[in-house]
Ligand binder design. Structure first.
Ligand code: HEM
Ligand SMILES: *[C@@H]1O[C@H](CO)[C@@H](O)[C@H](O)[C@H]1NC(C)=O
Ligand SMILES: *[C@@H]1O[C@H](CO)[C@@H](O)[C@H](O)[C@H]1NC(C)=O
Length: 244
């Protein structure tokens, strides 16, 4: 068959438009804002996004991951209760609750493994709730954006913390917790439907994660001789209900 210009021109047009849309996909021509690339922030750069400039978004970092928390302006903006988290990595304050001075640090050194786990859980919360925008060049990511040995250490410690908490949960499931109630005239009281109320100390690593260092559990008569069980002050050895 001979070359025909009537066949050739449409073919050339088809070829050119094919190549055009290959280079500029339709989606990129229609959707206006290009997707944001994860960025690498310096600590100084991040500090501008602390909510003091209403023109800028609000960013916070936790364990080196940076999130856009502008939609939580009421917490993180100027005057918000959690404004101290904005424009910096204050990972430690997520467990210490210390938002002053040196409390606002990214160091998790010396925390127990369940505590480190709770900080990593906060990071998961930000991944779910807000927009991830990048990494902070510092303790947890190096200047190339690669994880540092500190990040790997934190991930490993959090995994141990998760295991420990799981084990503890299984352990505590074997002994039912006491019922408790509070009323104006009775005050606080604990009681057991089956067994006798005892205070038990949690393992030290668990106890470190806050005020929950002891719990009330119900022990059967033949279990009451175990070590570490405390009778409530002012409560009989065989009482089923104790005021606290
Ligand atoms: C270690 C201590 C604490 C830390 C690190 C902490 C951290 C936070 C953070 C980061 C948020 C914002 C979550 C978001 O973006 O939606 C938040 C919200 C909140 N926190 Fe805390 N918090 C602490 C203690 C407390 C305490 C003791 C109370 C109450 C007595 C409390 C009550 C609240 C409430 C009510 C909200 C939700 C506010 C809202 O959605 O309008 N927090 N907390
Ligand atoms: C926020 O950051 C800016 C620039 O780094 C600084 O001048 C300002 O004092 C900071 N504001 C707060 C509330 O920390
Ligand atoms: C917060 O941390 C700083 C520095 O570690 C310390 O001096 C201060 O006493 C702490 N404040 C509270 C309320 O724990």
């Amino acid at each position: 068959m001979r070359w025909s210009p009537f066949l050739g021109i449409p073919l050339v047009i088809a070829l050119i438009s094919f190549l055009f849309f290959k280079i500029f996909p339709l989606s990129s021509l229609i959707s206006s804002p290009p997707p944001l690339q994860p960025r690498l922030f310096s600590a100084e750069e991040l500090s501008f996004y602390n909510g003091s400039d209403p023109q800028l978004p609000i960013y916070l970092a936790i364990v080196g991951s940076v999130f856009d928390v502008t939609k939580g302006k009421s917490h993180y903006g100027a005057g918000g209760g959690y404004n101290h988290f904005a424009g910096r990595d204050a990972s430690r304050a997520f467990v210490s609750g210390n938002f002053t001075g040196d409390g606002l640090t990214d160091s998790l050194q010396g925390l127990s493994s369940p505590e480190v786990k709770s900080v990593v859980d906060w990071r998961d919360f930000y991944f779910k709730t807000y927009i991830y925008v990048g990494k902070l060049d510092g303790r947890y990511y190096d200047s190339k954006g690669n994880p540092t040995k500190y990040l790997k250490g934190v991930e490993a410690k959090a995994a141990r913390g998760a295991q420990l908490l799981e084990k503890q949960k299984d352990e505590e499931a074997k002994v039912p917790s006491c019922n408790s109630r509070w009323s104006q005239d009775e005050g606080s009281e604990v009681w057991c439907d089956d067994g006798y109320p005892r205070l038990v100390q949690r393992p030290i690593e668990i106890a470190l994660t806050g005020k929950m260092s002891k719990r009330c559990a119900c022990y059967k008569e033949d279990e009451l001789e175990q070590a570490g069980l405390e009778v409530y002050e002012g409560c009989d050895f065989f009482a089923k209900k104790c005021r606290i």
